[in-house]
Design a protein around this ligand. Structure first.
Ligand code: ADP
Ligand code: MG
Length: 534
């Protein structure tokens, strides 16, 4: 009697096992690292990303590149996650983190070929990562949070090579001033800093405003252009006769009925504006529409009004001024109003903005970036965010490390030393971990058109002779003490990059079976041609 076959999975489930699965995943992770590699450092190149709808992004930012690329391969997606974690935890160092993970996996492949078991490799990597933390704590430098100059240098190191180049100093000043203003007792909420963008004027005109700026103009010429001692009402319902968000059918049979209906509507608007006036508000900021009649009534009462304000801006203004967002006109009283020294309309190029200055909450800040095109402005915004992230990290921990590859070389050296004291095959993995770190300085050199081997040799020999701050300065192209040249970065960039790169490398190395369910052609990763027989 023939035995019935056991059906475990549907027929169209694809499966990849053992070495094939490992190699395929490693290959994909390496590809991701290769993609961002050329952007590393101040001399790194940019990438142009074109979306299906032909939107263009020109960027040097690791996480932005990977986010926009719509990566499908499962292991490659895990690499993208590293960049995202790095971005949310530190705000900078995304390229570094992804490259490290890629190199750890590439080096692991060499060990796999020598028939070293993945669990031995992952154990070695874990040991090395743990040791790295210790070593980093030893070699980190302490800064005083009051040293504005050092903080500015940190912001500048973060922004080099990122489109903000020409106005780097100006932005560094803005960033440090902003962060210090919102810094209180070790707590910082990055949301207190709003970034607003204006096409028109030069990059150099970018400014830090104490208060909130948003891209809406006053509704009518007859409204005042500025209001001192502003009492601000935030409304999230429309001041309109017909509410366009609700479709209603009204049947009227005589002209009188129609007139009566319209008059009732007008009366409602009048009542609403009357309530606004009664509350004592002299500024009305509305998330929905304000129609002509309401505008007319508001102008007549010398009230400054804007409509269709983004919800996120409403919330920021609410936090900044203490105004409550009111959903029903009957709830509006003087205690719902927020306060600011001044609300005014300011024109930049073709656009007008509303500035809410001197808010009740002094921590509300806006960085207004000016620039010629939206691509330029967007890239500057990303650079500023890197700068903000780095300055905040440095301020919080007070610990920094030398950049320009110095810290990676010193770490690699110390980890190699550590490996000599180990027995067993993990030692080989620890050594590979050390050489993965050297990938950062060699790439910095390579991207600047220098000979990576030469630079690495010089760096290593200086570190061997005790110069632990020797790094490659890519302004002068010399190996020198980068702490003196003020190329410094927060410690957290490196600790976070190492720990998430190790986590992902370990996770990918432990996979020996990929099972992709049906209907997902992308689920089963394909090897590039020629790789299958390898
Ligand atoms: P990431 O996304 O990892 O932050 P970046 O493109 O911002 O990548 O490059 C960061 C690297 O550039 C760091 O290793 C940093 O030390 C290095 N770097 C920054 N400024 C300089 C400089 N003037 N000379 C040499 N290296 C620099
Ligand atoms: Mg960076």
């Amino acid at each position: 009697m023939a035995e019935k076959p056991i059906v475990l999975m549907p027929e169209d489930v694809q499966r990849m096992l053992g070495k094939d699965a490992q190699r395929n995943n490693i290959w994909a992770a390496k590809m991701v690292a290769d993609i961002v590699k050329t952007t590393l450092g101040p001399k790194g190149m940019d990438k142009m990303l074109v979306s299906p709808t032909n939107d263009i992004i020109v960027t040097n930012d690791g996480v932005t590149i990977l986010n926009e690329m719509q990566i499908e391969h499962p292991a490659a997606k895990m690499m993208v996650e590293i960049a995202k974690t790095q971005e949310s935890e530190v705000g900078d160092g995304t390229t570094t983190a992804v490259m490290l993970a890629g190199k750890l996996l590439e080096n692991a492949e060499k060990l796999l070929e020598k028939k070293i078991h993945p669990t031995v490799i992952t154990k070695g990597y874990r040991m090395a990562a743990e040791k790295s933390k210790q070593i980093l704590d030893e070699i980190a430098l302490r800064i005083t949070p009051n040293d504005d100059d050092v903080l500015k240098q940190i912001a500048m190191t973060a922004m080099t090579g990122k489109g903000a180049e020409d106005a780097k100093e100006k932005f560094a000043n803005i960033i440090v001033k902003a962060v210090k203003q919102i810094y209180a007792g070790g707590k910082i909420d990055l949301n207190d800093i709003k970034i607003e963008k204006s096409k028109g004027d030069g990059i150099d005109d970018s400014e830090l405003i104490s208060g909130i700026v948003f891209d809406k103009e006053k509704l009518s010429h007859d409204m005042p252009s500025f209001v001192k001692d502003a009492k601000i009402a935030l409304l999230d319902f429309p001041l309109e006769i017909k509410n366009p968000e609700i479709t209603t059918n009204i049947s009227v049979s005589t002209p009188d009925q129609l007139r009566g209906f319209l008059m009732q509507e007008e009366k409602d608007i009048k009542n609403m504006v009357e309530s606004v006036k009664l509350s004592g508000a002299n500024v009305v900021l509305c998330q929905k529409g304000i129609d002509d009649f309401a505008q007319y009534l508001l102008s007549k009462s010398r009230i400054y009004a804007c409509r269709r304000i983004a919800r996120s801006d409403m919330e920021k203004i609410s936090k900044a001024t203490g105004a409550k967002i009111v959903s029903n006109i009957n709830e509006l009283t003087s205690s719902e109003l927020g306060g600011a020294e001044m609300v005014e309309e300011v024109r930049h190029g073709n656009d007008s903005f509303t500035y809410v200055r001197g808010c009740n909450n002094p921590k509300a800040l806006t960085i207004l970036i000016h620039g010629g095109t939206s691509h330029v402005i967007d890239e500057i915004e990303r650079a500023i965010k890197d700068g903000l992230g780095d300055v905040i990290c440095s301020l919080k921990s007070g610990l920094v490390v030398p950049g320009g590859g110095a810290v990676e070389i010193e770490l690699a050296r110390k980890i190699r030393e550590f490996s000599h004291g180990l027995s067993g095959r993990e030692q080989l993995a620890v050594e590979e971990f050390a050489s993965a770190l050297e990938f950062i300085p060699t790439t910095l050199a390579e991207n600047a058109g220098l000979d990576p081997i030469e630079v690495l040799t010089e760096l290593k020999s200086k570190h061997d002779s005790g110069e632990r701050n020797a790094g490659i300065n890519l302004f002068t192209n010399k190996v020198e003490n980068v702490v003196q040249s003020r190329i410094i970065e927060p410690l957290k960039i490196k600790t976070q990059a190492i720990s998430s790169a190790t986590d992902v490398a370990v996770m990918i190395l432990r996979i020996d079976d990929v099972i992709a369910s049906s209907g997902k052609s992308s689920g089963m990763p394909k090897m590039p041609r020629g790789m299958d027989e390898y």
